[in-house]
Write a protein that binds this ligand. Structure first.
Ligand SMILES: [Mg+2]
Length: 226
Protein backbone atom coordinates (compact mmCIF):
# COMPACT_ATOMS: atom_id res chain seq x y z
CA UNK A 1 0.00 0.00 0.00
CA UNK A 2 1.19 3.46 -0.88
CA UNK A 3 -0.22 6.93 -0.49
CA UNK A 4 -0.63 9.02 -3.63
CA UNK A 5 -1.24 12.69 -3.00
CA UNK A 6 -2.30 15.07 -5.74
CA UNK A 7 -2.29 18.81 -6.11
CA UNK A 8 -5.53 20.26 -7.54
CA UNK A 9 -4.97 23.41 -9.64
CA UNK A 10 -3.23 22.66 -12.92
CA UNK A 11 -2.73 19.04 -11.86
CA UNK A 12 -6.19 17.51 -12.01
CA UNK A 13 -7.67 20.22 -14.26
CA UNK A 14 -6.33 23.27 -16.11
CA UNK A 15 -6.42 26.38 -13.96
CA UNK A 16 -6.87 28.47 -17.10
CA UNK A 17 -10.32 26.90 -17.42
CA UNK A 18 -11.17 28.11 -13.93
CA UNK A 19 -10.03 31.62 -14.83
CA UNK A 20 -12.19 31.63 -17.97
CA UNK A 21 -15.15 30.25 -16.04
CA UNK A 22 -14.73 33.03 -13.47
CA UNK A 23 -14.45 35.70 -16.17
CA UNK A 24 -17.72 34.42 -17.64
CA UNK A 25 -19.47 34.57 -14.26
CA UNK A 26 -18.17 38.11 -13.64
CA UNK A 27 -19.16 39.23 -17.15
CA UNK A 28 -22.70 37.94 -16.62
CA UNK A 29 -22.93 39.71 -13.25
CA UNK A 30 -21.76 42.96 -14.83
CA UNK A 31 -24.35 42.68 -17.59
CA UNK A 32 -27.07 42.00 -15.02
CA UNK A 33 -26.09 45.08 -12.98
CA UNK A 34 -25.01 47.58 -15.63
CA UNK A 35 -26.47 46.42 -18.93
CA UNK A 36 -22.99 46.29 -20.46
CA UNK A 37 -22.77 43.33 -22.84
CA UNK A 38 -21.32 40.27 -21.12
CA UNK A 39 -19.69 39.18 -24.37
CA UNK A 40 -17.74 42.42 -24.58
CA UNK A 41 -16.65 42.26 -20.94
CA UNK A 42 -15.65 38.61 -21.28
CA UNK A 43 -13.75 39.35 -24.47
CA UNK A 44 -11.85 42.17 -22.77
CA UNK A 45 -10.92 39.98 -19.80
CA UNK A 46 -9.78 37.13 -22.06
CA UNK A 47 -7.72 39.52 -24.14
CA UNK A 48 -5.92 40.76 -21.01
CA UNK A 49 -5.23 37.18 -19.92
CA UNK A 50 -4.00 36.18 -23.37
CA UNK A 51 -1.68 39.20 -23.34
CA UNK A 52 -0.08 37.80 -20.20
CA UNK A 53 -1.97 39.79 -17.55
CA UNK A 54 -2.00 37.56 -14.45
CA UNK A 55 -2.86 40.01 -11.69
CA UNK A 56 -5.14 43.01 -11.29
CA UNK A 57 -7.22 41.87 -14.29
CA UNK A 58 -10.37 43.36 -12.76
CA UNK A 59 -8.59 46.61 -11.79
CA UNK A 60 -7.73 46.99 -15.44
CA UNK A 61 -11.31 46.24 -16.50
CA UNK A 62 -12.64 48.95 -14.17
CA UNK A 63 -10.06 51.47 -15.35
CA UNK A 64 -11.16 50.94 -18.92
CA UNK A 65 -14.88 50.86 -18.10
CA UNK A 66 -15.43 53.28 -15.20
CA UNK A 67 -19.23 52.99 -15.55
CA UNK A 68 -19.06 49.49 -14.03
CA UNK A 69 -17.86 50.95 -10.72
CA UNK A 70 -21.18 52.72 -10.28
CA UNK A 71 -22.89 49.35 -9.81
CA UNK A 72 -20.13 46.97 -8.70
CA UNK A 73 -17.01 47.59 -6.63
CA UNK A 74 -13.72 45.82 -7.25
CA UNK A 75 -14.21 43.88 -4.00
CA UNK A 76 -17.65 42.70 -5.13
CA UNK A 77 -16.27 41.56 -8.47
CA UNK A 78 -13.43 39.63 -6.82
CA UNK A 79 -15.87 38.08 -4.36
CA UNK A 80 -18.13 37.03 -7.21
CA UNK A 81 -15.18 35.51 -9.08
CA UNK A 82 -13.97 33.51 -6.08
CA UNK A 83 -17.39 32.30 -5.06
CA UNK A 84 -18.84 31.36 -8.45
CA UNK A 85 -19.57 27.70 -9.14
CA UNK A 86 -16.92 26.85 -11.75
CA UNK A 87 -17.42 25.03 -15.00
CA UNK A 88 -14.23 23.01 -15.16
CA UNK A 89 -13.31 19.49 -16.29
CA UNK A 90 -10.76 16.94 -15.17
CA UNK A 91 -7.75 16.53 -17.45
CA UNK A 92 -7.88 13.68 -19.88
CA UNK A 93 -7.39 10.29 -18.18
CA UNK A 94 -7.10 11.86 -14.71
CA UNK A 95 -10.20 10.05 -13.52
CA UNK A 96 -8.93 6.78 -15.00
CA UNK A 97 -5.64 7.06 -13.05
CA UNK A 98 -7.47 7.87 -9.80
CA UNK A 99 -9.73 4.85 -10.32
CA UNK A 100 -6.79 2.53 -11.04
CA UNK A 101 -4.93 3.65 -7.92
CA UNK A 102 -8.01 3.07 -5.79
CA UNK A 103 -8.58 -0.33 -7.34
CA UNK A 104 -5.04 -1.34 -6.42
CA UNK A 105 -5.83 -0.56 -2.81
CA UNK A 106 -3.76 2.61 -2.44
CA UNK A 107 -4.78 5.60 -0.39
CA UNK A 108 -5.40 8.87 -2.16
CA UNK A 109 -4.94 12.35 -0.80
CA UNK A 110 -5.34 15.88 -2.11
CA UNK A 111 -3.44 18.95 -0.90
CA UNK A 112 -4.64 22.23 -2.28
CA UNK A 113 -3.86 25.89 -1.67
CA UNK A 114 -6.13 28.80 -2.46
CA UNK A 115 -9.14 30.43 -0.83
CA UNK A 116 -11.07 27.80 1.09
CA UNK A 117 -14.50 28.42 -0.43
CA UNK A 118 -13.06 28.65 -3.94
CA UNK A 119 -11.22 25.33 -3.59
CA UNK A 120 -14.25 23.57 -2.09
CA UNK A 121 -16.37 24.67 -5.07
CA UNK A 122 -13.73 23.37 -7.51
CA UNK A 123 -13.70 19.96 -5.80
CA UNK A 124 -17.51 19.89 -5.90
CA UNK A 125 -17.64 20.88 -9.54
CA UNK A 126 -15.11 18.20 -10.52
CA UNK A 127 -17.05 15.60 -8.48
CA UNK A 128 -13.87 14.04 -7.09
CA UNK A 129 -14.61 13.86 -3.37
CA UNK A 130 -15.30 10.12 -3.44
CA UNK A 131 -11.86 9.32 -4.86
CA UNK A 132 -9.97 10.86 -1.98
CA UNK A 133 -9.54 9.42 1.49
CA UNK A 134 -8.30 12.76 2.71
CA UNK A 135 -8.52 16.26 1.29
CA UNK A 136 -6.42 18.97 2.88
CA UNK A 137 -7.41 22.56 2.16
CA UNK A 138 -4.39 24.42 3.47
CA UNK A 139 -6.38 27.65 3.73
CA UNK A 140 -8.34 26.17 6.65
CA UNK A 141 -5.30 27.19 8.75
CA UNK A 142 -4.74 30.50 6.93
CA UNK A 143 -2.45 31.65 4.15
CA UNK A 144 0.72 31.10 6.20
CA UNK A 145 0.14 27.37 5.79
CA UNK A 146 -0.21 27.36 2.01
CA UNK A 147 2.56 25.37 0.29
CA UNK A 148 5.53 25.33 0.47
CA UNK A 149 4.64 25.11 4.19
CA UNK A 150 4.93 21.50 5.32
CA UNK A 151 1.91 21.31 7.61
CA UNK A 152 -0.41 19.63 5.07
CA UNK A 153 2.27 17.05 4.28
CA UNK A 154 2.81 16.13 7.92
CA UNK A 155 -0.97 15.93 8.33
CA UNK A 156 -1.12 13.31 5.56
CA UNK A 157 1.73 11.31 7.13
CA UNK A 158 -0.06 11.34 10.45
CA UNK A 159 -3.38 10.25 8.93
CA UNK A 160 -1.92 7.01 7.56
CA UNK A 161 1.18 6.65 9.75
CA UNK A 162 3.42 6.45 6.71
CA UNK A 163 6.69 8.17 5.90
CA UNK A 164 9.17 8.79 3.12
CA UNK A 165 9.09 6.87 -0.12
CA UNK A 166 5.71 5.26 0.54
CA UNK A 167 4.27 8.69 -0.22
CA UNK A 168 4.14 10.21 -3.69
CA UNK A 169 3.23 13.83 -4.44
CA UNK A 170 2.05 14.78 -7.90
CA UNK A 171 1.93 18.49 -8.70
CA UNK A 172 2.73 21.12 -11.31
CA UNK A 173 4.39 24.11 -9.65
CA UNK A 174 8.15 23.97 -8.97
CA UNK A 175 7.91 27.02 -6.74
CA UNK A 176 5.94 25.27 -4.01
CA UNK A 177 4.88 21.69 -4.77
CA UNK A 178 8.03 19.60 -4.53
CA UNK A 179 10.08 21.40 -1.89
CA UNK A 180 7.94 20.42 1.13
CA UNK A 181 7.44 16.85 -0.14
CA UNK A 182 11.13 16.31 -0.86
CA UNK A 183 12.10 17.69 2.51
CA UNK A 184 10.09 14.84 4.02
CA UNK A 185 11.62 12.32 1.60
CA UNK A 186 8.43 11.74 -0.40
CA UNK A 187 8.73 10.81 -4.05
CA UNK A 188 7.77 13.74 -6.30
CA UNK A 189 6.40 13.84 -9.83
CA UNK A 190 5.78 16.92 -11.93
CA UNK A 191 2.92 16.86 -14.40
CA UNK A 192 3.90 19.26 -17.17
CA UNK A 193 1.19 19.98 -19.70
CA UNK A 194 0.93 22.86 -22.21
CA UNK A 195 -1.61 25.40 -21.02
CA UNK A 196 -0.62 25.19 -17.33
CA UNK A 197 0.15 28.58 -15.80
CA UNK A 198 3.58 27.37 -14.61
CA UNK A 199 4.35 25.26 -17.66
CA UNK A 200 7.59 27.09 -18.46
CA UNK A 201 8.76 27.61 -14.87
CA UNK A 202 11.98 25.90 -13.82
CA UNK A 203 12.90 25.00 -10.22
CA UNK A 204 15.20 27.55 -8.58
CA UNK A 205 17.42 24.85 -7.06
CA UNK A 206 17.57 21.08 -6.77
CA UNK A 207 15.59 21.19 -3.52
CA UNK A 208 12.66 22.49 -5.59
CA UNK A 209 13.03 20.03 -8.46
CA UNK A 210 10.76 17.00 -8.88
CA UNK A 211 12.22 13.47 -9.01
CA UNK A 212 10.39 12.78 -12.23
CA UNK A 213 8.49 14.67 -14.86
CA UNK A 214 5.69 13.54 -17.15
CA UNK A 215 3.75 15.16 -19.94
CA UNK A 216 0.31 13.62 -19.55
CA UNK A 217 -1.78 11.33 -17.37
CA UNK A 218 -0.94 8.54 -19.80
CA UNK A 219 2.75 9.06 -19.04
CA UNK A 220 1.96 9.38 -15.35
CA UNK A 221 0.13 6.07 -15.50
CA UNK A 222 3.25 4.46 -17.00
CA UNK A 223 5.41 5.81 -14.17
CA UNK A 224 2.98 4.83 -11.43
CA UNK A 225 2.21 1.33 -12.68
CA UNK A 226 5.59 0.31 -14.07
MG1 LIG B 1 -1.06 23.45 -8.88
Amino acid sequence: MKVFVFDLDDTLYLERDYVFSGFQAVAEKIEEKSGLSSELVYEELIQGFNNGLRAKNFDRLLEKNPEIQKVLSLEEIIHHYRSHFPRILLLQKAEHVLKCLKKEGHFLGLITDGYLKTQILKVESLKITSYFDKIVFTDQWGKTYWKPHERAFSEIERAWRVKGQDLVYIGDNPEKDFFPAKKRFWKTIRLRIPGQLHYTDEPKSKEYAPDEECRSFTELEEILFK
